[in-house]
Design a protein around this ligand. Structure first.
Ligand code: 13P
Length: 346
């Protein structure tokens, strides 16, 4: 146990991040990733356009107030000001949500492991976390990427990524910041759901072992995993109930109940799939942790399309965001239904 750490405060932030009916907006796309999103809607990737887009999201009330517990930001965004000069961080705080920050430096090729990556960014991280705390961040995110393919993942990749995640998490907690621990097993391949289950189990077991060795306080963190789904290029179609059953099963086998909450990534699922899967898991009941969303694409695809870079579309984009956030909030409470989705959209 680290003496300097205020554990009560740390745990309280973690619990607030997964409060009932609330989830996390992952708006931490790097400049390169937001380029892909803007390309899809024909918007030029300028600093002003990135600011305008984030500002419209963070000003969306009541969605931000009622359905979003925290927002993950990119380095540029945590320093950016709205058009009227208000720091974007203040807009988030004014809505009652917690500002967070992506602190990893991205997934880079892992030596001697073709097709695999290691997430970088540990050097100097303690100092950067101190700066981010001063800028208002109370939680952070680090994403490790595990790809499934012929002969991969390797032990090397899983072990190295889990170790880095644990080093990051310990540095966060020492600096009074709640770590979101994100080991993402990608859904890009042609593998079936059983292989996703096995690789995710291996990954999570290793991550929690490393968290233990790095003395990370489980009560003061949030896990951000993938769901158990077949690869996107696989022909198999799997029922919502099967995804929910397998995902809960692997989490129960790997995630200690000291962890207050699990906030899923959407990982390329459609908006409605991501919502339906979460809802089905929560409906199972009897879970030892909160389950909620920390979606990027599954919360933002609709508002991005509605906005398309035009000031006159800001209202429509905010409505689209509110709708998606509300559907996911209902799912996190186990109260969503496909009928409700259509009724709300009408
Ligand atoms: P997606 O929900 O689009 O997978 O993004 C979540 C995220 O933060 C990935 O790191």
């Amino acid at each position: 146990m680290v003496e300097t750490m205020n554990t009560a405060e740390l745990d309280a932030i973690a619990q607030k991040m997964v409060a009932d009916g609330k989830g996390i907006l992952a708006a931490d796309e790097s400049t390169g990733t937001i380029q892909k999103r803007f390309d899809a809607i024909g918007v030029e990737n300028t600093e002003d356009n990135r600011r305008d887009y984030r500002e419209l999201m963070f000003r969306t009330t009541p969605a931000m107030r009622d359905y979003i517990s925290g927002v993950i930001l990119f380095d540029e965004t945590i320093r950016q000001k709205a058009k009227d000069g208000t720091p974007l961080v203040q807009l988030i705080e004014a809505a009652g949500a917690i500002p967070g920050i992506k602190v990893d430096a991205g997934a880079k090729p892992l030596p001697f492991c073709p097709g695999e990556t290691i997430t970088e960014g540990l050097d100097g991280l303690g100092g950067r976390l101190k700066d981010y705390y001063k800028l208002g961040a109370r939680f952070a995110k680090w994403r490790a990427v595990i790809d499934i393919g012929a002969g991969i993942p390797s032990y090397t990749a899983i072990r190295a990524n889990a170790h880095a995640l644990a080093r990051y998490a310990a540095l966060c907690q020492e600096n009074q910041i709640v770590p979101i621990v994100e080991p993402e097993v990608l859904m890009d391949g042609d593998h079936d759901i059983a292989r996703c289950y096995d690789v995710t189990e291996w990954t999570l077991k290793t991550v929690f072992e490393e968290l233990y060795y790095q003395r990370v306080r489980l009560e003061g963190m949030v896990l951000k995993p993938n769901m158990i789904v077949p690869g996107k290029k696989s022909a198999s179609k799997v029922a919502v109930e099967e995804v929910a059953e397998k995902t809960v099963r692997v989490l129960k086998a790997c995630v200690p109940s000291a962890v207050p909450g699990i906030a899923f990534l959407s990982g390329g699922q459609s908006d409605e799939e991501a919502t339906a899967h979460l809802d089905a898991m929560v409906k199972q009941g009897g879970l030892p942790w909160k389950l909620t969303y920390s979606y990027g694409r599954a919360l933002q695809a609709a508002p991005q399309k509605a906005w398309s870079g035009k000031a006159e579309n800001v209202g429509a984009a905010q409505s689209a965001f509110t709708h998606r956030a509300r559907m996911n909030s209902l799912a996190a409470l186990g109260q969503w239904s496909a009928e409700q989705e259509r009724k709300q959209a009408a």
